[in-house]
Design a protein around this ligand. Structure first.
Ligand code: SF4
Length: 475
């Protein structure tokens, strides 16, 4: 029986495995006004619940009661890790939480977050979304000062830097020094016994926003988490800005003023929820516009547009609208699969798509289909879906992709495949079309992608398409 369950878990991962993975989601709240001692922990729980798509391997909540920090974390979804009895014990007016999908650092309980540690001036909790690109150098430097490391996560490197710089400084001063040293992509929440601090990397690669709920401040990876807890989006944390929230309110300090912005464009393509607004651009509207741009670039004679649910749907609607074709639900998704415990083999990945998606024969039979997906990573899932549509009677299947070919890995906190596993890095478009078995294949051009974002290339990181990384990578 156990083996059967493991096989099912393995199979269920297959569609998700053929996507880039966001690494983490963070949420933090400072309550001035509150009804009960568990309100901060409870609100953080619901905030993380809304951010679950950003990481499903582990979850945790840390709470401060003004004197000490308590923590509960573990492997699994937020609902598996944090039970009502845990919330009852997590008492205090400040809280930070984290959901994680590991990229750097092994996937085990030692690397779960928030990290909580004692330092000279008390206790600190840390929750990090992103990835530092100079951890080897920083670890070496810290080791010469006597630092020891318990985990393989780069968050611990930040913790050690903070501990070192906070000996004679307030935590925000220490953090200001810290972000001068740390290079990479980060949205970081830090909680002391009496303060909540947030910082975003100087180019704004990873998202972080500020919300307000009944006079209380919240920091979160995405605005959808603010909506979920009834809060209002105030603004994004600026790249290179530190925000400190204490009993006197919110204070801001612009530590680094980089002229280069590099917001991760993949947040808009796939990672973020469509109901989130990041850096003043709504994700749903961005995806829909990418679909419209795609329709302008393609000229396909077809009967209908369908999407690979759910991430392809907003772009498919935009495509259908622009092309003047009906949008239909040709593929149905099983919403209750998608977690991973076992690394699937390529063979199992190919077998597993049907567990996640099924074609609706009554919709697609005898029809010429335009199928919209957000991206192609390995191509194995696309191949299986094209085959599935043909078996359901589709007479033509044209695959259109609402992003350019993904050719390069990400070093900024996103779990991409190795370069040689990215189909577009080893095959040209004609070869990919043949591999997936589609009648035609079309990708969104870089120019059209930026036109959809109504912005220029130097506002975004788009390195997984172009190979032009906005900052140097440690080798
Ligand atoms: S390389 Fe791609 S996934 Fe990584 S930060 Fe840049 S745009 Fe985002």
């Amino acid at each position: 029986m156990l083996e059967e369950i493991k096989d099912l878990e393995l199979l269920s991962t297959c569609h998700a495995e053929d996507k880039f993975h966001d690494e983490c989601g963070v949420f933090g709240i400072f309550l001035n006004e509150y009804e009960d001692d568990c309100e901060a922990a409870r609100t953080t729980f619901y905030g993380l619940y809304a951010l679950q798509h950003r990481g499903q391997e582990s979850a945790g909540i840390a709470v401060s009661n003004g004197h000490e920090i308590q923590l509960h974390k573990g492997m699994g979804l937020i609902t598996e890790v944090i039970k009502p009895d845990h919330i009852k014990k997590l008492k205090g007016r400040l809280s930070i939480g984290h959901v994680r999908y590991s990229t750097t650092g092994m996937s085990n309980v030692v690397n779960t977050q928030p990290l909580v540690f004692h330092y000279l001036n008390g206790m600190l909790a840390l929750a990090h979304n992103g990835n530092l690109v100079n951890t080897v150098e920083l670890r070496k430097r810290l080791a010469t000062y006597g630092s020891v490391f318990q985990t393989t996560s780069d968050t611990e490197v930040v913790a050690n830097l903070l501990a070192r710089y906070s000996q004679d400084n307030k935590i925000e001063d220490a953090l200001a020094r810290c972000i001068m040293d740390a290079k990479g992509a980060f949205a970081l929440l830090i909680m002391t016994e009496d303060r909540l601090v947030g910082v975003r990397d100087p180019m704004g690669i990873r998202p972080l926003c500020i919300g307000e709920l009944n006079g209380n401040y919240i920091l979160a990876s995405e605005s959808a988490a603010l909506d979920t807890v009834g809060a209002t989006l105030i603004r994004d944390v600026n790249p290179g800005e530190i925000v400190v929230i204490d009993q006197d309110g919110l204070h801001s300090r612009q530590v680094i003023d980089s002229p280069r912005r590099a917001h991760c464009i993949f947040e808009y393509i796939y990672f973020a929820r469509p109901d989130s607004t990041i850096d003043q651009v709504n994700v749903y509207q961005a995806r829909r516009e990418m679909g419209r741009q795609l329709a302008r670039e393609c000229n396909i004679d077809a009967d209908m547009v369908i999407s690979v649910p759910d991430s392809g749907t907003s772009s498919a609607l935009g495509y259908a609208e622009e092309a003047g074709l009906p949008f239909e639900e040709g593929l149905m998704k099983n919403r209750y699969v998608g977690r991973t415990f076992i690394q699937p083999t390529q063979k199992m990945r190919e077998l597993g798509v049907k567990l996640k998606l099924n074609a609706i024969e009554e919709v697609v039979c005898g029809k010429r289909i335009i199928m919209v997906d957000d991206s192609i990573v390995r191509g194995t899932t696309s191949k299986k879906i094209v085959q599935m549509l043909r078996e359901a009677g589709a007479t033509e299947v044209h695959m259109v992709v609402a992003s350019p070919p993904t050719r390069f890995p990400c070093y900024y906190g996103i779990d991409t495949s190795r370069r040689e596993e990215l189909i577009a890095s080893t095959m040209d478009e004609t070869e990919i079309e043949k591999f997936i078995g589609a009648d035609s294949l079309h990708y969104l051009s870089m120019e059209a992608m930026f036109a959809a974002m109504k912005s220029s290339e130097d506002t975004f990181c788009s390195a997984c398409f172009s190979g032009k990384y906005p900052m140097e990578i440690e080798t």
